[in-house]
Design a protein around this ligand. Structure first.
Ligand code: GCV
Length: 663
């Protein structure tokens, strides 16, 4: 009788595990099926090592583990080794945080089924940051997963349990720095009231190896300091920043430093006083230097001028090489325009030999379907690293896609982008495929019937978005403001030309594309000679970027063997087919995924496919007005009229709500 009861209990317990509802809140750190008492030896009982031990107790199913702090000339502070001796796993690192990283490595390996035999690991960059574009009122610029995690009204008294879960998730990937607030920064963040709130978060993040940074508003000395100017050459202004740095470091001794958006999109900066970006950055760098702080100065600038927007960061910053302090890092977006689905790399990379450089990726999908579209971004970031050697950079930043949504990222597959960003920030040589598989195995199941097709679906997804939104190097065909749907026709009276799609696509009855060759804006000349030659010649420029660099006739024959018009039609249709294919792959995933997550992804894929058709029809019908060419034989015909599409209204109340697509 007793035995029967036991068996039944085990069966029920087993069932309840597999059918357990999964709201996505546990991310890739589920530790399902775990739980036995682990024999763990720690070198001390510090907060960081207590976290490591708790993680092992929660999730580790293997043999005894020893964590040892050990200097190792071959390893940087965050590096670690994993070895096995006398039936014990030995995690060894010069630092406690390194031991925490080793712990997460061990757990990841267990859950992906790749148990390590001998591991030597260290991160490529010492600064691996997430940038939050979170405003102090709780909204997030370009955020699609709810509100800001930071409950400023409740801080510093009350700490949301999510802060620690967030820190833990970052530490599990090796992310070791967070910029808490939007680069369009409110000066208030530097007020003593807010610094006390920031201090509380920094204290919480510290044991997880995470340094806290802030975006600052260059005019803060005026806005909250009562000064009449923010000119970096004025002694009073310099003193204000030095005093502010002193105040911050007294409260947060390991404060990382400042992130600055200056003289960009209306933000104040040194150019307001006829000073250079170097003069502005250096003033701040001097203020944080005594405390080992850094200034991450963004190169995302484009003044209203005649110069091609894609050239402007280079034009402004390249001449300043050698003028920046050694604790200034120039933070450069991966592409020269603005996080488009496909851009060539920003030519400023490699053009500042005497200056530290870091890349800024966008994890949040501002231009890739917000939280509605499944777009796995590792292939896009790997493509950047194909051109810019990872070792040529000094740090890395990703604009976060995280908010208060229960599953953190809105789209359940948005978590994969947070995960992939963190893994690549640690080791850019990891393949997109490996990262996708790791994430799928930890998040859903290790079953190959699920992992292989779904990983392939993820790997195709970014190219699908490029195809149905902006193939062949087209860019910025987005609707005004929200950057979700297509509006290649968008024309707003009085708007800056470089905020309008026609500035980029340049469609006429003769042809399409932006001539950035030596016959046009000559942006190609900003690239190293060998690449410049390839991009400059219409015959050698890859099809993927042809309309980025060249204005070509509609009947120009591409490397694919098709005319530009036919290739555009082909690619837009291919994008729609790829979206449809994702739906089919996902339907087969049903047995492996929690019911609600399955339905959620399924419904988002429906929307993605509808949006893909919307993009295809809007763009092709619009460009057909110029090409005046028929749709190729055998190609699916549009199902909408251009005029109807121009009248679609998009239900986007504000940037914190996922949009509903067109109606
Ligand atoms: C934070 C783009 C985005 C803006 C963003 C800006 C930037 O223009 O649309 O929302 O502002 O880039 O990176 O500074």
């Amino acid at each position: 009788m007793i035995r029967k009861f036991t068996i039944l209990f085990v069966v029920l317990w087993g069932l309840s595990l597999t059918s357990k509802a999964d709201d996505g809140s546990r991310l890739w750190l589920k530790y399902d099926n775990a739980g036995h008492n682990v024999d763990i030896k720690l070198p001390n009982n510090s907060p960081t090592l207590r976290i490591a031990a708790a993680e092992l107790q929660k999730g580790w199913q293997g043999e005894a583990v020893t964590l040892q702090l050990k200097k190792n000339k071959k390893l940087s502070q965050d590096g670690y080794t994993i070895t096995k001796e006398n039936n014990r796993i030995i995690l060894s690192s010069p630092s406690e945080v390194g031991l925490l990283y080793a712990t997460y490595h061990l757990l990841r390996a267990q859950y992906t089924g790749e148990l390590p035999i001998a591991v030597v690991e260290e991160p490529i960059y010492s600064r691996r940051l997430l940038n939050h574009w979170d405003n102090l009122d709780g909204t997030i610029e370009r955020g699609y997963a709810g509100k800001s995690l930071w409950q400023w009204d409740e801080l510093p008294e009350k700490l949301s349990p999510r802060y620690e879960e967030y820190a833990r998730a970052n530490a599990s990937l090796g992310i070791n720095g967070v910029v808490l607030n939007n680069v369009n920064a409110s000066p208030e963040i530097l007020s003593t009231t807010y610094l006390k709130k920031v201090q509380r978060l920094a204290d919480l993040f510290r044991p997880y190896g995470i340094q806290t940074y802030l975006s600052i508003n260059f005019a803060s000395p005026m806005a909250i300091g009562g000064l009449e100017s923010a000119d970096p050459q004025i002694a009073e202004v310099q003193k204000w920043w030095k005093d502010k740095a002193k105040e911050i470091y007294k409260m947060i001794p390991d404060f990382g430093g400042f992130l600055v958006k200056a003289n960009s999109e209306g933000q104040p900066g040194p150019c307001d006083y006829n000073r250079t970006h170097a003069e502005g950055a250096n003033m701040l760098a001097d203020a944080v230097k005594p405390y080992k702080g850094v200034v991450m100065w963004r190169s995302f600038v484009y003044n209203p001028s005649d110069a091609d927007r894609a050239k402007q960061a280079y034009l402004e910053f390249q001449p300043l090489d050698g003028e920046f302090r050694d604790n200034v890092i120039i933070q450069i977006k991966n592409g020269p325009v603005d996080f488009q689905p496909r851009e060539p790399y920003t030519p400023l990379f490699g053009a500042l030999p005497q200056t530290d450089e870091m890349v800024e990726f966008q994890v949040t999908q501002e231009y890739l379907g917000h939280a509605n579209h499944l777009a796995y971004l590792a292939p896009m970031w790997k493509e950047f690293f194909d051109y810019v050697p990872p070792t040529s950079l000094d740090a890395i930043a990703g604009v976060a896609n995280i908010g208060t949504d229960t599953n953190w990222t809105g789209h359940p597959f948005g978590q994969a982008n947070w995960y992939a960003y963190g893994r690549l920030a640690w080791d850019p040589s990891l393949s997109s495929e490996q990262i996708a598989e790791e994430w799928l195995k930890q998040t859903f199941t290790t079953n190959k019937e699920f992992v292989v097709p779904v990983a392939n679906m993820m790997l195709d997804s970014r190219e699908a978005v490029v195809n149905y939104m902006m193939p062949l190097g087209l860019h910025h065909l987005f609707a005004w403001g929200h950057h979700y749907g297509p509006e290649p026709w968008c024309d707003i009276e009085g708007a800056r030309p470089d905020w309008l799609p026609s500035y980029y696509h340049r469609a006429t009855t003769e042809g399409i594309g932006f001539d950035r060759s030596s016959k046009g804006s000559n942006a190609t000349a900003q690239y190293p000679d060998s690449l410049a030659a390839i991009y400059d010649d219409v015959a050698t420029c890859p099809d993927e970027l042809i309309l980025w660099f060249h204005h070509v006739p509609w009947n120009h024959v591409l490397q694919s063997g098709r005319t530009v018009w036919d290739e555009l039609c082909y690619r837009y249709n291919e994008g729609v087919s790829q979206a449809r294919n994702m739906q089919q792959v996902w339907d087969k995933a049903q047995p492996y995924v929690d019911k609600d997550t399955f339905a959620d992804v399924q419904s988002r894929l429906k929307q993605q496919t509808r949006d893909a058709m919307w993009w295809r029809d809007a763009c092709l019908l619009y460009f057909q007005e110029y090409s005046k060419m028929p749709f190729p034989e055998g190609m699916e015909r549009p199902i909408y009229e251009l005029n109807d599409m121009k009248n679609f209204s998009i239900d986007i109340d504000n940037h914190t709500n996922a949009p509903n697509g067109y109606k």
